[in-house]
Design a protein around this ligand. Structure first.
Ligand code: HEC
Ligand code: HEC
Length: 352
């Protein structure tokens, strides 16, 4: 088997970055659990570049937020319980369209979420990804880590909306409390140049989330998915979904087992994983898989054991009934075992 050199990896990453536009308009949604679809022609907005960083304290917060986003492991063991970084699923440092980009996410909160049945501001949405996707313990409300992650998304959102005329010197400097809320609020400080250019206070945000693909013609199938996995994925993610490390750091993230997202994460739903995979994997060749292959391989991944759903107490059937269903296979019997019955611990790295 060949090993990927870091230059191959870089090539892959830059190919992924320049991958051309998939048409998808996500529109506006009141409920944020199922991410939206639609079609829109044209290009996606371009996020700001590093020479458009604001001066002073805000710029420092943005930079620290970026660092936490791409190297979330630097926050372990306090907040992170697996081997992932935010950027593994929100690709190109949270900038890539159709990979749940932060510039679109930031402008979509506060919003009601079915997942916890209340209005979530931006910081609560991030806390959710710490709890489930990172199998960790979220930073406490108003923690500087959440402020910094929010500042990074705020800057990406302002720069993306404003586009070529973006001048960070004209950007409002919100308080920490304002940064944590997100951009979907009446008093959001849109930039004057954005408004002057006719920008809407309810921006459309094409490229948000992972765009929905059609239901497959045939029901997703584990055996077919395993074949796709072996042909298209295991070279990077490992024969057992364990990922690959160099110098004790993951260069290819784990997909199942103890070191990845848990049974409460969005990615454990076969539909969400299929949408992500279709647009983003194999790395550098988005769109290579047919819709059917994306569904099949998603089904294969998401019927492997992973860390427990942190909302679980003692009865798997009850946890399934309360929190799962639809395209989650948690609590169902697969290959002779009930998924969830041999799950790995939540936040194993927690400081004592
Ligand atoms: C294992 C993959 C994964 C990792 C790692 C991950 N996320 Fe997510 N994130 C998702 C998925 C999937 C969704 C969409 C959820 C859904 O469809 O229910 C999401 C949604 C979000 C959203 C809302 C997007 C929107 O448009 O509504 C934000 C913000 C976010 N994540 C931030 C983070 C941050 C910050 C981290 C790191 C602390 C992180 N995520 C780590 C998979 C991940
Ligand atoms: C060339 C190497 C490569 C190949 C091939 C590849 N991936 Fe990935 N995959 C990556 C990398 C690298 C990331 C993290 C992306 C980042 O951080 O920007 C990733 C991220 C992911 C994630 C989200 C993070 C996580 O750990 O859950 C999933 C799911 C995933 N890949 C599934 C697949 C599937 C399914 C295939 C096969 C169809 C595949 N990948 C093929 C390199 C690859």
């Amino acid at each position: 088997m060949f090993r990927l050199s870091s230059s191959t990896l870089l090539l892959g990453l830059s190919l992924a970055t320049v991958s051309t536009a998939y048409a998808a308009d996500v529109g506006k949604l009141a409920i944020q659990d199922e991410l939206p679809v639609g079609q829109a022609a044209g290009e996606y907005p371009r996020p700001p570049s590093w020479d458009q960083l604001p001066e002073g304290e805000l710029g420092e917060k943005v930079l620290r937020g970026y660092e936490h986003f791409v190297n979330t492991q630097s926050l372990a063991p306090e907040f992170v319980g697996n081997g992932l970084n935010c950027v593994n699923c929100h690709m190109d440092s949270g900038k890539k369209e159709n990979a749940a980009p932060l510039w679109a996410a930031y402008m979509s909160y506060p919003a009601f979420r079915k997942k916890n049945n209340k209005i979530n501001d931006y910081q609560e949405r991030i806390q959710g990804c710490f709890l489930y996707s990172m199998n960790g313990t979220p930073p406490p409300t108003d923690d500087p880590v959440l402020v910094e992650l929010s500042a990074y998304a705020y800057w990406l959102a302002q720069g993306t909306l404003t586009g070529e005329s973006f001048d960070p010197a004209d950007m409002a400097v919100p308080s920490d409390a304002e940064l944590l809320k997100g951009g979907k609020r009446d008093d959001f400080p849109f930039m004057q140049s954005y408004l002057d250019a006719g920008g809407s206070k309810e921006p459309a945000l094409p490229g948000r989330g992972y765009p929905v693909i059609d239901e497959p013609e045939q029901a997703p199938d584990i055996a077919r998915g395993k074949t796709v996995y072996e042909q298209e994925c295991s070279v990077c993610h490992g024969a057992n979904g364990e990922g690959q490390m160099v110098n004790e750091r993951y260069v290819f993230p784990p997909l199942w087992g103890p070191e990845t997202y848990n049974w409460g994460a969005g990615m454990q739903r076969v539909n969400t994983a299929a949408y992500f995979i279709k647009r983003n994997m194999p790395l550098g060749q988005p769109g290579k898989l047919t819709d059917q292959q994306a569904w099949d391989v998603a089904m294969y991944l998401d019927t492997r054991e992973r860390p427990q759903d942190p909302r679980h107490h003692d009865d798997i059937a009850k946890t399934r009934e309360q929190f799962h269903g639809g395209k989650s296979y948690y609590g169902t019997e697969v290959e002779g075992k009930i998924l969830g019955s041999e799950s790995y611990p939540n936040h194993p790295n927690k400081p004592q």
